[in-house]
Ligand binder design. Structure first.
Ligand code: PEP
Length: 248
């Protein structure tokens, strides 16, 4: 059996301020070392200060989105090359909030993953079904369709991405997928990846959706769950550190 190092990523969403970020990062840094890998994905304006605070620490940082384009007349977008200049390690792509509020298609998400990889960033590709889709028995078909666009676009490079399964009905709702529900979808995703790359057994598959200190350990102990993408619980150092420790 392959041993995959766990990864816990905080998604700050549109939260933060200079003062709050400094407190949060100091709290995370003070809790080192972590057994697993830890990263924070922060709003674009804070990348610079986060890069300075986390330089030479074991905590990585990333963005919450990236443009599919390399450069040009794309007002408001941020390219992978720009993120790479800040030392970004990760770029979240296809978060359900972007799919829902910015009409991001499966193909656009795949193109963003490709653009990130081209500049040395690791895309964290989010997939997940809505409550309506789950209740209609469409969970497997939805996540496979979302992942398939990325596999098709990246080819063999699919082995370099992190995949995050985030059921939309569990994000920010306090309603978590049971460990069995989450594992079942992760197993489907791992099998789909295995058909595309021999590296599937090394790839990290994260679970996201109301992960907290009291449910993280059991979720992270599932065979195909290699850590988490954390929203609400990533905004307070004590909460985030407790989740990161659950990955140890
Ligand atoms: C997320 O935003 O990716 C997320 C999982 O949020 P929360 O942990 O708050 O459900």
């Amino acid at each position: 059996m392959t041993t995959r190092r766990k990864l816990v990523v905080g998604n700050w969403k549109m939260h933060g301020s200079h003062a709050a970020n400094a407190d949060l990062l100091q709290g995370i840094l003070a809790a080192r070392p972590f057994v697993g890998e830890v990263a924070v994905c922060v709003p674009f304006p804070y990348l610079s200060e986060v890069a300075v605070t986390l330089a030479n620490s074991s905590v990585a940082w990333g963005s919450q989105d990236v443009s599919a384009h390399a450069q040009g007349a794309y007002t408001g977008e941020v390219s992978a090359a720009m993120l790479a200049e800040f030392g970004c390690r990760y770029a979240i792509v296809g978060h359900s909030e972007r799919r829902a509020y910015h009409a991001e298609s499966d193909q656009l998400v795949a193109d963003k993953a490709k653009a990130a990889l081209a500049k040395g960033l690791t895309p964290i590709v989010c997939v997940g079904e809505t409550l309506e889709q789950r209740e209609a028995g469409e969970t497997e078909a939805v996540v496979k369709r979302q992942l398939s666009a990325v596999i098709h676009t990246l080819g063999q490079c699919i082995g370099e991405v992190v995949v995050a399964y985030e059921p939309v009905w569990a994000i920010g709702t306090g309603r978590t997928a049971s460990p069995e529900q989450a594992q079942a979808v992760h197993a489907v995703l791992r099998a789909q990846l295995a058909a595309a790359t021999p590296r599937a057994t090394e790839m990290k598959l994260l679970y996201g959706g109301s992960v907290k200190a009291d449910n993280a350990a059991v979720l992270f102990s599932q065979a195909d769950i290699d850590g988490g993408l954390i929203g609400g619980a990533a905004l307070k150092a004590a909460d985030f550190v407790a989740v990161a420790r659950a990955a140890g």
